[in-house]
Ligand binder design. Structure first.
Ligand code: XMP
Length: 323
């Protein structure tokens, strides 16, 4: 729409003026906000921007490719990919407490990002002066206000950056709501799968494994999640659902039967929710046929899973994520 064209033009001019000939860096997560923010900055200053994408090994199936291949093809952005999978998994080994997982992931993310940053700083060029962040209007309100809103889980989006960062922030989405950000993303020609991606937590699949995280468990939840997303998309219901976590109860074993044999596998939980802002949510009334397809495919195709359960709790009292 014309308003989104205006926002793009306005932001592009503003970013150019602010940045001058300095270099700019951005942490790209693959989520809507950072992708759109970086694409706007890329449109404004091109080569002066370098994006860093940290693969922490906790991503869903296909997400790395989506950034490394599709996003780069759509934006032409300078991208530095850091493969930190071993590092993150090493530090997470044996950790079961959700907040501890978040702390470790937050800490390692900053470490990894800073190392990448240093490399960029050391490559010849104009000074690096700015950092792009995909802060939205609701983030500003939520972290600015503070009063009354209990900080149930530690989030890293705003204010989670180390104090000694000497960069000024560029936050081109600061006045926008999510739906407007999506429109800007479409305007900028980003891949629809990214523009319409459901929110996904920074700590990734680590908080969708109830129990300790390891490569094998990640593979289970990744496969189950891919099936659920594929079927939701095939049913044309992506935009009816806010988020659709698939959770592996890794420390629970359930008895099942397959062929002539008794199995002793793990349950996965489907947690489709509808919501406006993630503060409150309701469980999505997905069609039974869709749920059936997802359940049949998961138990057939993901070896270690022999039971699929549906979470029918609203938020409150349940949170969207299980951890
Ligand atoms: P809950 O589970 O509290 O989640 O209902 C609300 C929204 O926040 C997301 N979430 C996180 N996002 N880091 C993030 O960046 C986190 O540690 C985190 N924990 C939850 C969750 O996916 C939902 O959208």
């Amino acid at each position: 729409t014309w308003t989104m064209v205006n926002i793009v033009d306005e932001q592009v001019d503003h970013i150019r003026e602010t940045v001058g000939d300095a270099r700019v860096i951005c942490a790209l997560s693959g989520g809507v906000d950072s992708s759109v923010a970086a694409a706007l900055v890329q449109r404004a200053i091109g080569e002066q921007l370098t994006c860093v994408f940290v693969d922490h090994g906790l991503l869903r199936k296909g997400e790395r490719d989506q950034v490394v291949r599709d996003y780069v093809a759509a934006t032409d952005v300078n991208l530095k990919v850091v493969d930190a999978r071993e590092q993150f998994l090493g530090h997470l080994k044996g950790v079961t407490d959700p907040e501890e997982k978040r702390k470790i992931i937050g800490r390692e993310f900053i470490r990894t990002f800073e190392a990448a940053e240093r490399e960029i700083l050391e490559t010849p060029g104009t000074p690096v002066k700015f950092l792009v962040q995909g802060t939205l209007y609701p983030d500003v309100v939520e972290s600015g206000g503070g009063e009354g809103a209990a900080n149930i889980k530690s989030h890293h989006n705003v204010g989670g950056l180390p104090e000694d960062l000497e960069f000024s922030l560029i936050e081109p989405l600061r006045t926008l709501f999510k739906d407007e950000v999506r429109q800007v993303g479409e305007q900028l020609g980003l891949p629809p799968a990214m523009v319409w991606r459901h929110p996904f937590p920074g700590p990734g699949l680590a908080i969708r494994i109830v129990g300790a995280v390891d490569e094998q468990r990640l593979e289970i939840v990744r496969d189950a999640d891919a099936i659920a997303r594929e079927e939701l998309t095939a049913a044309g219901l992506d935009r009816d659902v806010w988020q659709f976590p698939v959770v592996l109860l890794a420390d629970v074993r359930s008895v099942g039967v397959q062929g002539d044999g008794r199995t002793y596998g793990h349950p996965v939980v489907l947690r489709p929710v509808s919501s406006e802002d993630a503060m409150t949510a309701d469980w999505s009334r997905l069609p039974y046929e869709l749920l059936e397809r997802i359940s049949t495919r998961i138990t057939n195709e993901v070896n270690e899973v022999n039971r699929v359960v549906l979470d029918i709790t609203s938020k409150p009292p349940g949170t969207i994520e299980w951890e």
